[in-house]
Design a protein around this ligand. Structure first.
Ligand SMILES: [Zn+2]
Length: 223
């Protein structure tokens, strides 16, 4: 009965194959997904950090007027107001000296160095600048645009662009802070013709600076 033998042979072969077939891999138990804790649905975000350099502070007097008024004192009085206003708004703020050791590799969401211009009579206005060789020119130009817009709006001073010097673009602080820290310098006005504003309406000056910084940071947050 060759037919039966052949059939038996096939069955034997099939049985062998069945037993030699590797066991189907057992799917691993489905990993339990770790639920993200929801007991704190709106954790307060890390506060933004702002550095304010009080121009010439702890270094020299800066520009000086014939009556003895020193730039360093005007800068400092305004810097203190700026720092207080920013803290009230919930920012982390560092008040920095002109050559502050903290400036080396300083990391922040924005840094503004506050200066006032010479005491030459007959000139009025403000100006701000960033580094020529900025690593983040678009960010810093945005900070500058915000400062120009808000500072002019608050103080009524006009930009005095043509007097921006190479010194401003090559300001030493730009080479000290971390490359990703948007950093600019502002000359808040001339110490002679803008004396009324710089000496007696410092809260307005400070508000203009703060509004400029906030304009920049608000847009950063929503990008
Ligand atoms: Zn200065």
């Amino acid at each position: 009965m060759p037919g039966l033998a052949a059939a038996l042979g096939l069955i034997a072969l099939a049985t062998l194959l069945i037993f030699r077939t590797p066991r189907a891999a057992v799917p691993p138990p489905k990993a339990e997904e770790t639920p993200i804790p929801t007991h704190n649905p709106s954790p307060s975000p890390t506060p933004l950090r702002v550095g304010i350099v009080s121009g010439h502070w702890k270094y020299d007097g800066g520009a000086m007027c014939p009556d003895g008024t020193r730039e360093v004192d005007i800068n400092y009085q305004i810097a203190i107001e700026v720092v207080n206003l920013l803290k009230q708004e919930g920012y982390e703020v560092d008040l920095l000296a002109e050559f502050d050791p903290l400036l080396q590799g300083y990391e922040a969401d924005a840094l503004v160095s506050l200066h006032a211009d010479s005491c030459i009579p007959g000139v009025s206005g403000f100006k701000a600048a960033r580094a020529w060789n900025s690593f983040i020119p678009e960010e810093e130009d945005r900070l500058l645009a915000c400062l120009y817009q808000e500072y002019e709006r608050a103080t009524g001073l006009q930009p005095h662009q043509w007097s921006i010097t190479p010194d401003m673009h090559g300001y030493h602080v730009f080479g000290e802070v971390a490359p990703a820290t948007p950093a600019v310098i502002i000359e808040m006005g001339f110490m002679a013709d803008d004396a009324e504003l710089l000496r007696h309406r410092q809260e307005i000056v400070a508000q203009g600076i703060v509004s400029g910084i906030e304009c920049f940071l608000e847009r950063s947050k929503t990008r």
